[in-house]
Write a new protein. Structure first.
Length: 262
């Protein structure tokens, strides 16, 4: 296992695969690098891929201290510094997209192209999930709650043909305190005032049928970030990047190719 040290000494596990221009892949809340297992090879013809286990997940340390999306972004910078990578493209989905917003806004010289998937600006300007969705995820029956999450991530047709295991439902090895810290970090995210300062070429991706992180957040991001492009994946739910990889991954690669020519 390979580690980088965060500014506070926390060990952050990372995984670097492939060759070519580096692309940082940032997973969703309470998930580790396995979030990307199904699709990371899609990017390897042109890019190396760098993933990490957020603090509290996977093989990284799990301190019982407050977390934030700003802190997660600083952990990414620590990994880039450790590897001697001066500049990388970044693709963040869900909470990873929130982390990527801070990464690009606070460290513009370190981020090339930026892709924000199924994410939101956070704060009072974002569109929150409905109470029905909240109740479905808060059911007392764990199996029912997990089934509800599955159906928010993927379409019923896809689930019928892909029974799992699914790597987008949370890291099962996380201690309870880490889950709480991740939830708080994601909930308290608010990058609205930072978004106009993002200078990276930006693509906003979202599934049209995403109820977990409502699709209405995508145009909010695309209009708030200067010159951002918006691409919606028809019928895509929260895990559009996996179920509709035949549409999403080429869109990302095309955008990265165009951005590299600027």
């Amino acid at each position: 296992m390979t580690y980088a040290a965060a500014p506070d000494g926390t060990r952050i596990a990372y995984q670097l695969h492939g060759a070519g221009a580096p692309l940082v892949l940032l997973a969703g809340q309470a998930n580790n690098h396995h979030w990307w297992d199904a699709i990371r090879a899609d990017f390897h013809p042109a890019h190396s891929t760098l993933t990490l286990d957020y603090r509290g997940t996977g093989d990284s340390d799990k301190p019982d201290t407050p977390h934030s999306t700003e802190q997660f972004a600083e952990d990414v910078i620590a990994v880039l510094d450790h590897l001697g990578i001066d500049r990388a493209d970044a693709y963040g989905t869900s909470m990873g997209g929130r982390v990527a917003q801070h990464l690009a806004a606070r460290h513009p010289h370190r981020v090339g192209a930026l892709i924000l998937g199924c994410t939101s600006p956070g704060g009072p300007h974002s569109v929150e999930r409905s109470n029905d969705v909240r109740r479905s995820l808060a059911q007392s029956d764990p199996e029912a709650a997990q089934q509800a999450l599955l159906e928010l991530m993927y379409t019923p047709h896809w689930l019928t043909n892909h029974p799992g295991p699914h790597h987008t439902l949370g890291d099962p090895t996380m201690p309870a305190h880490s889950r709480r810290h991740h939830l708080t970090a994601s909930t308290r995210h608010n990058a609205w005032d930072l978004l106009p300062h993002i200078t990276s070429p930006t693509l906003v991706l979202h599934g049209t049928d995403d109820l977990l992180n409502p699709t209405a957040n995508a145009p909010l991001l695309a209009t708030r970030i200067p010159d951002a492009q918006l691409h919606l994946i028809p019928q895509g739910r929260h895990a559009y990047f996996e179920e509709f990889r035949h549409l999403a991954s080429p869109a990302v690669l095309d955008f990265l190719h165009q951005a590299s020519a600027l």
